[in-house]
Design a protein around this ligand. Structure first.
Ligand code: FES
Length: 152
């Protein structure tokens, strides 16, 4: 049993036929070869898979692709403008906001959501609204500083 699906990812339209059990995460990684979005826990606990769907932060591992027919999805691959990094990506570099880097795509997507939601006015507020994104290396001070800088 399969279903047709049309999604726009980073401005590019994709027409797919998918198993209704396919997650947005597996669609991105396995069907569209967009592997910047990471699979950590695959059960909604780590935030490594965070993407923006119609501007909202979503854990792509918990989202069924067929629920998002017609949606606009932004992944880490769609954040830079050509060769120019997004100011939040620059801020992550300036603040050493990663160590192993596995959570970074999700942190940046979540940070973008945090800023656009207006939840980035202080370090405390950023920490609270980014609490769904786990960093096992403990790079939180840099992550929070980077989001705060980009929110200015
Ligand atoms: Fe989706 Fe961990 S992989 S929340």
């Amino acid at each position: 049993h399969t279903l047709p699906l049309e999604v726009t990812v980073n401005g590019r339209v994709h027409q797919l036929v998918v198993d209704p059990r396919l997650s947005v995460l597996d669609m991105l990684r396995e069907r569209l070869s967009l592997t910047g979005t990471k699979k950590g826990c695959n059960q909604g606990a780590c935030g490594a898979c965070t993407v923006l769907i119609d501007g909202q932060r979503v854990n792509a591992c918990l989202a069924l692709a067929v629920m998002y027919d017609g949606a606009k999805i932004t992944t880490i691959e769609g954040v830079a403008e050509g060769e120019a990094l997004h100011p939040l990506q620059v801020a992550f570099i300036e603040h050493d906001a990663f160590q192993c880097g596995y959570c970074t795509s999700g942190q940046i997507m979540s940070g973008l959501g945090c800023i656009s939601e207006g939840h980035a006015s202080s370090a405390e507020e950023i920490s609270y609204w980014m609490s769904g994104n786990i960093c096992r290396c403990g790079a939180y001070p840099g992550i929070v500083a980077a989001v705060a800088q980009a929110a200015k």
